[in-house]
Design a protein around this ligand. Sequence first.
Ligand SMILES: Cc1cc2nc3c(=O)[nH]c(=O)nc-3n(C[C@H](O)[C@H](O)[C@H](O)COP(=O)(O)O)c2cc1C
Length: 167
Amino acid sequence: MVTAALFSPFQLRGTTIPNRIAVAPMCQYSAQDGLVGDWHFAHLARFGLGGAGIVFVEATAVAPEGRITHGDVGLWAGEHVSPLRRITDFLRSQGSVPAIQLAHAGRKGSVQRPWHGSAPLAQERPGDGRKSLEHRCAQRPAGPAGLASSGGTRRRGAGRAPSILAP
Ligand SMILES: Cc1cc2nc3c(=O)[nH]c(=O)nc-3n(C[C@H](O)[C@H](O)[C@H](O)COP(=O)(O)O)c2cc1C
């Protein structure tokens, strides 16, 4: 019997991935202080139930100022580990290999969530309480010169990037 390559195992050093179906990391911008919650569990667990060979946790910031938005998943403190472990344990129980994309947004950090316009937080006009809290804790982007990126995915009408973000 011929087995389709898609469903044949793939060896990655010491790890055997049971098939070639890989779920790419997908930012949800839904974490609280970097912590994953039920949303992330449901989002990723279903790919394990579906039999994906390897499932990537979304871009996960290694430092608070390395987040694209304040809703990014983080892994800069011990408290981040346990809720991530809940996800990876479940994926393993389904035969999937859990993986993670470690990330640092550099000069593209500290912007609004995409559905708020992706404008730099330091330029955001505080609206509701949550936004103004994020506005207050916007961090100077970590890049070669501390300059915010002027690129990005801002919607038409959203604020332009300043040359330097306030700390
Ligand atoms: C909702 C969503 C979130 C994404 N988040 C990330 C991410 O966290 N990291 C990343 O490298 N790419 C991210 N991407 C890009 C995907 O990983 C992938 O590269 C893109 O969807 C193209 O995949 P395809 O060539 O298989 O269609 C995201 C894509 C989508 C649709």
